[in-house]
Design a protein around this ligand. Structure first.
Ligand SMILES: [Zn+2]
Length: 393
């Protein structure tokens, strides 16, 4: 294949142009003007994606942070949607192929599996997704691997490549084989996510989700889909996670499914932490103390919840509640955390008023968590805890 003799390095000019178009779209006040900016922005982003020029895109995303409100979202939405959904020509008309993700929130006393999905189970999962989550018009293919978030593609071009491979699998009426050797090791953490990844294909203009095909109000239909997926899809997924409590969130297009799962995992990890502590220490939740503290870097960045047994000063476990874009110290996040701790029957809940540092362990990088005195400490399970984990320091 002929190669261009050289490719000009992505300059600031491309990035500036992307930001300008995104700002135009974000500040447009009519559907007619939207259509103009959208078309221009789409063409400009597509050019960079097709050239595999992530530098220009990332540079533009950085710049868009400093641009007027909603510019960043307009650009990020366009980049994500062109990354996760492509159009292919066929004799049956244009086919839209879209990457999706079915997330699983999970915790465990031992290392949570991230592994190859056996053929029969992969087929069972695909059948449940086709029957309950996607429309009767959609064809799907899955990757035969249950991924940890860190094992998913790290860049837009890698995501597009995965989508293209899944699109080929759909055309060949098969699933996509992933070579486990090409997948990084998953981190060993108590509470995490696992992802089933696939693609769906519909003729452009046809419905692709089950909730687009009913007359039920949309949110109600979506919740019905989630309920059925949790029971039917849950049965198909259960054999992959024997001994690991888990909960399914709504499968949908890749980036929004991952983001929704990130949000849901904050709440999930609180209940999971309490159950984990009871499982490994046999201390019932009513004997636990949870200390909530806000950690500040450039402003309030996250809450950290330190768990202690009774009135002890040692932190035995902790969980992090990262804040997303529009959350700050004036949003009711603390109330939500307190309600979740109460729902998990935690005996004592302490809210610290002071601003805590974003401290991490120098040796292992683990976050430190507050005790009732507001000291930031490394979490260590009691020595008699029944877990396979080894304490290195
Ligand atoms: Zn450490």
């Amino acid at each position: 294949m002929a190669r261009a003799p050289f490719r000009r390095k992505s300059g600031a000019r491309e990035a500036n142009q992307l930001v300008r178009l995104a700002e135009g779209l974000a500040s447009s006040k009519s559907r007619a003007e939207d259509v103009y900016w959208e078309r221009e922005l789409e063409a400009a982003v597509m050019l960079q994606l097709e050239n595999n020029d992530e530098d220009a895109i990332n540079r533009a995303l950085d710049k868009a942070h400093d641009a007027p409100d909603a510019t960043f979202d307009a650009l990020a939405d366009m980049v994500e949607s062109l990354t996760e959904s492509i159009m292919l020509d066929s004799e049956k008309g244009q086919q839209r192929v879209t990457l999706f993700c079915a997330p699983i929130l999970v915790w465990g006393r031992n290392q949570i599996p991230a592994k190859k999905i056996p053929k029969q189970q992969l087929q069972d999962i695909a059948v449940q997704l086709s029957a309950h989550v996607f429309s009767s018009k959609a064809k799907i293919a899955l990757a035969d691997f249950m991924f940890a978030p860190d094992q998913l593609p790290h860049s837009y071009s890698q995501s597009r490549e995965l989508l293209q491979n899944l699109g080929a699998a759909i055309r060949e009426r098969t699933h996509l084989t992933i070579d486990p050797k090409t997948v990084e090791d998953a981190p060993d953490v108590v509470c995490d996510m696992r992802m089933i990844v696939g693609a769906f294909q519909v003729t452009e203009g046809e419905p692709f989700y089950a909730w687009q095909e009913t007359t039920t109000p949309v949110e109600e239909a979506r919740q019905n889909t989630l309920g059925i997926w949790r029971s039917q899809g849950g049965n198909a997924i259960k054999p992959l996670l024997v001994g690991f409590p888990h909960e399914l969130t709504l499968p949908r297009s890749f980036f929004s499914a991952c983001r929704d799962a990130d949000m849901a995992s904050r709440a999930y990890s609180i209940g999971a932490s309490v159950q984990y502590l009871e499982a490994v220490t046999h201390v019932t939740p009513d004997k636990l103390t949870a200390v909530i503290g806000g950690c500040w870097g450039n402003g309030l960045e996250e809450y950290r919840i330190g768990f202690a047994i009774g009135e002890d000063d040692d932190v035995v476990h902790g969980c992090v509640w990262p804040l997303v874009s529009d959350e700050g110290d004036d949003t009711p996040v603390v109330e939500e955390i307190e309600a979740l701790l109460r729902a998990a029957n935690v005996g004592t809940i302490i809210l610290l008023e002071e601003q805590l540092p974003l401290e991490f362990c120098d040796d292992c990088g683990a976050p430190h968590f507050p005790n009732r005195e507001g000291e930031m400490l490394h979490a260590h399970l009691p020595e008699d805890a029944e877990t396979g984990a080894v304490h290195l320091h």
